[in-house]
Every structure is written in C-alpha cells, then in structure tokens.
Design a binder for this molecule. Sequence first.
Ligand SMILES: [Zn+2]
Length: 206
Amino acid sequence: MAVPQTQDRHCRAPRRAPERTCVGCGKRDAAPNLLRIVLGPEGHVAFDLANHAMGRGAHVHPAPQCMDSAARKGLSKAFHTRVVCEPIALRDMLAGAVERRLKGLLGSAIQSGNAVLGRQAVDDELGKNTIETVILACDASDAPGPALKRAIADGRAVAWGSKGQLGAALGRSEVGVVGIRSPSLGRAIADMCRIADGVRSCSEVR
Ligand SMILES: [Zn+2]
C-alpha cells in the first residue's frame, strides 16, 4: 500500500534552503542564488556579499536584466523610499564590491597557506588532488598543462580580472594562475568570480 503523501512528506522532506524574492524579476529563488543589497542611513544602497551587514535588505539575481530593473524601480519599491541609482551605477557598484570581497578572500588564502601561485605549481598540485579551485586571469597567456586542462574541463576553474589585478589581490606584481587548497575558500572565491563574470565579462578585461 502506498504511504500517504502527508506522512511521506513529514518523514522525508529534505530541508529546503530559505527563499527570497528578487526585486528585479519578482521571482522567488533559493537565497544563495541571490545577492543581498542593504539600505544605508543616507538612502544609499550597498551590496552585502558576505551577508553580514545589519539593516534592511533586498535581494536581486546577479543577472544584468534583474539588476537593471532593480535599479529602475525594484529597490525603491522594496525599501519604500526613493532609491536613486542608475542601472550602470548598480553594476559598477557590484563589480567594485566583488573585487573588494575577492581581494579579502584571496588575501585570506595567501595568509593561511591555501594559495598556490603560478602555472607549474598549480599543475603539480592539481596532479596530487590538493587543489579545489583554480582562478585564471583573463589575460593569462601560458598554455595550460594537462592537469589544468582537466580542471577547466571539470568546471573547477574560473576566470577573473587581469594578471595585474590578480597579482595585486595576492600582494604580488602579476599572477596568471592561482590554485586554492581550502574547499570553503575555493567555493567562496569561485562564487565571486562567477558573479563578476555575469556583470562584466572577460572580454572587457582583454
Ligand atoms: Zn531576478
């Protein structure tokens, strides 16, 4: 006999991630798929990428059309006040916030010994399975080795910024490739790179 549906749901329903509504497209989605925006005391908005900021928050997909719609009317509606923010300004604000958060995360990776710099070192450690995520500068020109090629094919590599930007975030001059050993730092960094890629593609860096 079939188990009654209510009982089945009660016993086995997986815990669902909390949902939020995008102020751009109006659709509900799992909170990790949306970015949090907070309203400051002076009526300015700011991205809260670490999800730590106090205050009232609104959520938006990191997609150009959702961000533009949020800037035009969604944020004003969500915060019940007139939020003056041009769509292009909101995208610039996100790009800046992502860059700051990435610099913080990459700095933590260096300080905690979780960053592996340079194509050869990254390829060697990928071969030993000690690297979770690889970040490639958009203007990195070295041909990837076999292990790095596999990581790219497996979706474990993300692209961000220029060699100069990646180097600056790591306290070096130029870095084309960096591997991250820590799974949690690697995931957080990859998430930020993907958001940055949605706002500004690599083609704008080259
Ligand atoms: Zn949306």
